[in-house]
Design a protein. Structure first.
Lengths: 349, 349
């Protein structure tokens, strides 16, 4: 089958690899209908995080169950499934508390588990899914093809934006500022609106992203950055700042900007993978009682609820995919996202 | 009148200073019934924070109103009042949201305001109280002398422990770990119990503090520190950690210990003044979805509620005062707290 590998910075290759097979009775084999490239995939692509040896990449996909292991109870061949970006059994104490990203028996796509079993990366034609009952969310009916982008966004970006909004305590009447105009930031706008935010400001200086942010419900776009940007946000909200600031980047600069944009007693919900962000500045948090809640989003917990809204036509995050490429051309997709000529690239096998 | 000044590290003096007078129509003049020494007063005492020139010190007191300015509406001479450790008007947008520590017209004891008016430190015989209507909480009746220590604790430590518990989201059934066995940490135990915590673990290696912690409701005492201490806390809670960890110290070490003691998806409520704590480690917060909520406690917001419990005999944080000294002997009180031979010293004029 065809799959995507990263060999090093700037070096993405589409290769023919061995077909995956069921290895454990709790596995499912999934034929990928659509996968995509994540902003976090750009960190190794840009050489910010190292790639010591070639490896499979990708952690977002939807597909059709091809085959299930003997112990799989909830899924059937032919069923359409959404895969969250982390593998989990959905039954351990952490999963039961909705923190499936800390599953005691979980794992990551494209890595080996403790016993040496390999989970494929998501950017391929097929994926062996460990802990299939826990990991995958199956749909009752095969959805219309037009819904695939929206369903694929539930693998990561929509659930991650939702996690940022929950972390920041967004609810009816909240004032919200979103730092980051990538797919997660844009989904965070949608999530904040869905949770009842009264006013949403998006920080963005790219016209296409500003337009999508506005379509997703942002009332105001702020183009300034850094201290100038947070001063502008404070000005927009009584000179004090927003109730909730959603940090969807992961750099120290974005975090500082987010903290400085929150009102005293407000909350920063942060989901930007802290690749260059090593610490949060306690001083400005402490003195102004700004809370910091978030982390790697347990999207598995959110898929059922968000899925219902997508199927009901109430939520359409699929528009974050502004480019579709064949799987074989994944390298061009990475280039487009790296150069910010695409917001998010869907890969169709 | 007599008041306490700090001249530099280790140099506390009790001196005769000018009597305060009403300077603005919103002032009240308060005769101090009891004041006390704060753990945060030890930072300049220990030279951790600088004291460039001699200054008045102290920010916790209760007393009797002696005189009020022409515009004071809610207080009357003779009335017993509790003073929170920050001055606030209690009407600005931040105060209305319960963040009186960020009052737009507020200030700090022992400093000059923007117009050059001087607020006395709390460790004196009299205090000029700016924004008296907003700052002070008056009692309807003069309380029995036996209640003075408990009422004095509402100036800071009890409200601060409560803030830590609220920040960490303590509620009915929560599992809680408290880092710090100073007066704030001990009050945090009491606060967690009051909010319905199911189980409370206190980290302490000092017998007197362990005993008071147990009396305040701690079920288990952990004497280990650092990584060993947090490993012990995790062991006590399914190997995962506590729902809520209350960080009541303010050092980087305490913060790391607190973060490592929280379960995935748990929350650190932090109130330790970050004198040596400059940053929070984002990595362990992000990966485990541990939230960080807290800051300088807006105790003004909590006094009415906690006061009602104290007056009803349902809450007695007064036992954190294990030493009482005459105001003139404040220096001995600082020494005792610095050497940890006293938990908290009450100063009686």
């Amino acid at each position: 089958m065809r799959a995507t590998l990263i060999y090093g910075a700037g070096d993405i290759r589409s290769e023919i690899v061995r077909d995956p097979i069921i290895q454990r009775p709790t596995d499912a084999l999934v034929r990928v209908v659509a996968s995509c490239i994540c902003g976090s995939d750009l960190w190794p692509y840009r050489g910010v995080s190292p790639t010591p040896k070639p490896r499979r990449i990708g952690h977002e996909f939807v597909g059709l169950v091809e085959e299930v292991g003997a112990d799989v109870q909830t899924l059937r061949p032919g069923q359409f499934v959404v895969a969250p970006f982390v593998i989990s059994d959905n039954t351990c104490p952490n999963c039961q508390r909705g923190v499936q990203t800390s599953c005691l028996n979980g794992g990551h796509w494209g890595t080996k588990d403790a016993e040496g079993f390999w989970a494929e990366g998501g950017q391929g034609e097929w994926v062996r899914v460990p802990q299939a009952d826990g990991t995958l969310v199956g749909l009752n009916e095969t959805p219309d093809a037009s819904l695939v982008p929206a369903l694929l966004s539930l693998s990561d970006v929509m659930g991650t934006g939702h996690h940022a909004a929950l972390g920041a305590g967004v609810g009816p009447g909240s004032t919200v500022a979103v730092v980051g105009d990538g797919a997660v930031g844009l989904c965070a706008v949608l999530a904040a609106r869905r949770l009842g935010a009264e006013r949403v400001v998006l920080m963005s200086r790219t016209p296409a992203r500003q337009a999508l942010g506005t379509a997703f419900g942002a009332d105001t776009i702020v183009t300034e950055r850094g201290e100038e940007g947070s001063a502008r946000i404070r000005d927009l909200f009584e000179g004090l700042g927003a109730d909730a600031v959603l940090e969807c980047v992961g750099t120290d600069e974005a975090m500082e900007q987010a903290v400085a944009s929150a009102r005293p007693g407000g909350r920063v919900g942060y989901v930007g993978a802290p690749i260059s962000g090593k610490s949060a500045p306690i001083g400005p948090l402490f003195g102004r009682n700004v809370g910091l809640v978030g982390g790697v989003a347990p999207v598995r917990a959110y898929i059922p609820e968000l899925l219902a809204d997508v199927l009901a036509g109430k939520l359409d995050p699929g528009r974050v995919f502004d480019s579709t490429l064949p799987l074989a051309e994944a390298a061009a997709g990475y280039r487009a996202m790296d150069e910010r000529t695409a917001i998010k690239v869907l890969l169709a096998p």
